[in-house]
Design a protein around this ligand. Structure first.
Ligand code: ADP
Ligand code: MG
Length: 292
């Protein structure tokens, strides 16, 4: 009877919009007590829009937009989409092509545009590459409230900073309430800044927040929680989440996310609705209860 009940659970999952890698996944689903939520594209829509364009004193807005936009055309990150689309809409003519493109998950992108070495991403990425970020740009980024800042540089010199806005999915706050009601402790995890992370956390009712982490640190955070004796589910959508999804006791991938995340997860939430994470846990508990 055991395998049959598991298969029924799997079939019911499909109806709810949950794809389960194998029946054995239900057992870890049942036991989780902590749920780590990636911010961008998981708790938020990930459909970002370009807001502010702030060139450095030595640059101009069009150069900033052309070069950052050219580079970000090659990335599928939500921040990159906002920059590329916003630049294409604001700059006349097509954006230039990018060569030698390198994606650095959780940090940004780099490549050669019109013979110049261009970088776009977090302050940390540019600083690690030896780019000096002028005080006024850092102040602009810090003053941008809940907006994500994308710094850009050409040939090692700051070009300016762009700000992009995201919105919390309208189902996320309810999902957090449901997860809490199931006895799970919600944790927000993001590579974005503390200011942006705290704003999203407050909107959805999460108090345990880890911000400004890089993808490897996402893995070590999951391991740290596991070392505390917690059984950890991780929900994510990005390339940068894949390793943490694989490390967690249960990896839940947003079906709206990247293929890499979906491959790394044990479960896929087909519609990208976080409430279905709670459905999955309820289903696992019920299915296994009928077996016992
Ligand atoms: P999250 O953990 O919220 O999903 P990521 O780990 O993917 O976010 O990214 C962390 C941060 O790195 C983003 O908030 C953004 O500032 C920066 N970033 C990542 N990819 C890019 C990119 N292609 N262009 C610019 N910035 C990026
Ligand atoms: Mg994400």
């Amino acid at each position: 009877a055991t395998p049959t009940a598991l298969m029924v659970g799997t079939g019911r999952g499909a109806q709810l919009g949950i794809l389960i890698k194998g029946p054995e996944v239900l057992e870890s689903t049942r036991r989780v007590d902590t749920v780590v939520l990636d911010k961008t594209g998981t708790v938020t829509t990930g459909r970002m829009t370009l807001q502010g364009v702030h060139p450095a004193e030595t640059a101009d807005a069009t150069e900033l937009l052309r070069l950052a936009g050219a580079l970000e055309q090659a990335s599928e990150h939500p921040v990159a989409r906002a920059v590329a689309e916003g630049a294409a809409a604001r700059v006349q003519g097509p954006l230039p092509a990018t060569e030698d493109f390198v994606n650095m998950p959780g940090l940004g992108v780099r490549g050669v545009v019109e013979g110049h070495e261009v970088l776009a991403g977090r302050a940390r990425l540019l600083e690690e590459a030896g780019v000096e970020l002028p005080e006024e740009l850092l102040r602009t980024a810090a003053g941008a409230g809940g907006l994500t800042a994308v710094f850009a540089a050409r040939d090692g010199k700051a070009l300016g900073v762009l700000t992009v806005a995201d919105a919390v999915k309208d189902t996320s706050a309810e999902a957090v309430r449901e997860l809490r009601a199931l006895g799970l402790a919600p944790v927000l995890l993001t590579g974005d800044t503390r200011a942006v992370a705290e704003k999203v956390a407050a909107e959805v009712g999460v108090t345990e927040v880890y911000a400004e982490v890089v993808p490897e640190e996402k893995v070590s955070l999951v391991e740290r929680l596991q070392a505390q004796g917690r059984t950890v589910a991780m929900v994510g959508d990005g390339v940068n989440d894949a390793a943490a999804l694989a490390t967690a006791d249960l990896g839940l991938a947003m079906g709206t996310g990247t293929d890499v995340a979906i491959e790394a997860g044990d479960l896929t939430l087909v519609r990208g609705d976080l409430r279905v994470a709670a459905d999955a846990i309820r289903l696992a508990r019920r299915t296994l209860a009928t077996i016992k």
